[in-house]
Design a protein around this ligand. Structure first.
Ligand code: BEZ
Ligand code: MG
Length: 573
């Protein structure tokens, strides 16, 4: 019997539910695939512009619209509203006004939106005009599309100037599309802004772990990707530096080549050990940054500080004592693929169902990623030396794993790379420590930086995308490819079961109900793409066979029937 809730507990639950609904509502949900050469549609444009306008953009002299509205209505700061006392009515009021202003902007013009905001909420016209002037420039670029023209020019061998890498919300200067992404100067990473944003994220990460475990993690495994660090000018790198308790130092040429130790009195917490798995792309783009990270670990390990405040030193010393390891080996924390190799292959193994035990997935991760990028005792750089035992040892002390989510557009079920990396390293840690690490992701791009557990993130993505009619109907507009995208999402979700057991069984139940057991939907999908329908049903059966989900007999029978019926049909296509 469930105990009855008292009225306070009930209110707390309702409040939490309402916060979760707001969170879902505020997410930017892609409502279809991009069509090459086609400009954004009105609805999509409005959503994008609203997301752009929800951030202060000092570099463009523009203020965040929700903040301007909240200030004008004298209802405390919008940031505070989001972080501390999210009363849904006030947020809804502010968001509703912003939504309508952006709609008026898109349908009429900037001046109309400026006057309307002034009349409706008393927003200072000078201030909102600056924001709408930025939105005008972005809207113009969204309305035009040079992709086909650029492609033709590229095919003619003409030069196309590249643009910065990011999404539109992060950096509107990525527009116009139809260009290549230029890299960043690795010596400029992390930028001062990235370093300052990372302080908040790293603290929030440690705080979340502390709330759940009553202490700080001894060591964290971080995943660092190249494109992410291009887009954020090195936020992931900066997070690693903060965890270690060092700051980047620039030389006379303004290049980040050194680190400086942040004193413990200032840090007010222990230095946390970090084991970094960097992607092949990161390795290729950020060689000096890898040297910097390696240097940071060694600097911290050499500090004369007590073990209980310097986990790096403690872990290294423990390894040296227990395994008679040399300092230079024991301090190795930056790992990647062998030179010239990319990826973990964990995604391929999962997609092809070619694995017996989950442990195999973590072992494959380590096999691919155990190449050390560090230094030897004479200071010579070691680039890509196979060092499985060093990675084994470093991972054996890890208690939490983490990856920074850098994009509004691509989440952990959109592509198979998140589970191959974060899932892969988490499984490798689990095997070595005999205990599943706490697994976290951050969403450092929303106005409210948030640390979520992996299971929370899987739920959020599932609700915002896979099971959201707004998302899947958007996909289904693309016919064959759209069904394949839905099936991909299910397969990527399954990847989180395989590597981290992070998918609630209800998710598989709802996926079955929504796409296969609903007759009308099933027929639509079948008509568009029987291959993907069969793969989807097979994946759900695999989820059951591997113990991630235990549906009713009837459901299982129906899934078997779908797979059986389609076997022949697909073979004939
Ligand atoms: C990267 O940017 O490093 C990356 C991109 C896609 C998959 C894996 C890594
Ligand atoms: Mg299991």
């Amino acid at each position: 019997m469930k105990s009855k809730l008292n009225s306070i507990e009930r209110d707390v639950r309702v409040m939490r539910l309402s916060e979760e609904l707001i969170e879902l509502e505020q997410r930017l949900i892609p409502t279809g695939l991009h069509i090459f050469g086609r400009a954004a549609e009105l609805k999509e444009k409005q959503d994008l512009l609203r997301a752009v306008a929800s951030f202060d953009r000092p570099e463009h002299g523009a203020h965040a619209l929700p903040k301007l509205v909240a200030e004008a209505l004298e209802i405390d700061s919008y940031d505070k509203l989001l972080q501390e006392t999210p009363t849904s009515e006030t947020i809804e009021l502010v968001d509703g006004i912003v939504r309508e202003a952006v709609q008026r902007f898109c349908e009429v013009d900037a001046e109309t939106a400026v006057s309307w905001l002034n009349a409706k909420a008393g927003v200072d016209s000078e201030k909102s005009r600056a924001t709408f002037s930025l939105l005008t420039r972005i809207a113009e670029q969204l309305d035009s599309n040079n992709e086909i023209e650029s492609l033709l020019r590229a095919l003619r061998g003409e030069y196309i100037a590249p643009g910065p890498g990011a999404d539109i919300v992060q950096n509107p200067l990525v527009l116009p599309t139809g260009r290549n992404t230029h890299a960043v100067n690795p010596y400029s990473v992390p930028s001062p802004v990235a370093f300052s944003r990372a302080e908040f994220t790293a603290n929030a990460l440690l705080q979340r772990y502390h709330e759940e475990h009553g202490r700080y993690p001894r060591a964290l495994a971080l995943v660092l990707w190249g494109l992410d660090n291009i887009k954020t000018q090195g936020e992931g790198v900066a997070q690693a530096l903060w965890l270690l308790g060092v700051r980047p130092v620039r030389d006379a040429l303004n290049r980040v080549t050194e680190v400086e130790v942040i004193p413990l009195e200032e840090l007010q917490r222990p230095r946390v050990d970090v084991v970094m798995t960097v992607s092949g792309i990161f390795r290729d783009l950020f060689a000096p940054t890898m040297t910097l990270l390696d240097k940071a670990v060694r600097r911290v390990a050499a500090l004369d500080e007590p073990f209980e405040l310097n986990y790096v030193r403690r872990n290294i010393s423990e390894n040296m004592t227990a395994n008679a390891a040399e300092f230079d080996d024991a301090a190795t924390r930056v790992f990647s693929n062998a030179p010239g190799n990319y990826g973990t292959n964990v995604n391929f193994m999962v997609m092809d169902s070619q694995w017996d035990s989950e442990e195999t997935l973590g072992e494959l991760f380590v096999t691919r990623k155990c190449f050390a990028y560090s230094r030897d005792s004479s200071g010579r750089s070691v680039e890509g030396r196979e060092a499985r035992h060093l990675m084994d040892d470093a991972l054996s002390r890890v208690e939490a794993t983490y990856q920074n989510l850098d994009s509004f557009e691509v989440g952990i079920t959109d592509v198979d790379h998140y589970f191959e990396y974060l899932g892969g390293v988490s499984k490798a840690v689990e095997t070595r420590t005999k205990s599943r690490p706490a697994i976290y992701l951050s969403d450092s791009l929303s106005p409210q930086t948030k640390i979520r557990s992996l299971a929370e993130t899987v739920r959020l993505e599932t609700r915002a995308k896979t099971l959201n009619p707004k998302w899947y109907e958007g996909m289904l507009k693309h016919g064959f490819r759209g069904v394949a995208e839905i099936e991909n999402h299910v397969a990527n979700t399954f990847g989180w079961s395989a590597t981290a057991d992070a998918v609630d069984p209800w998710i598989y139940t709802e996926i079955s109900k929504t796409f296969l057991l609903d007759q009308a939907m099933f027929e639509r999908l079948l008509e568009l793409n029987p291959h993907s329908v069969r793969s989807l049903a097979k994946r759900l059966l695999e989820a059951h066979n591997r113990g991630y989900w235990n549906p009713d007999e009837e459901v299982l029978e129906q899934l078997h029937e779908i797979v059986g019926d389609l076997e022949g049909a697909v073979a004939r296509v």
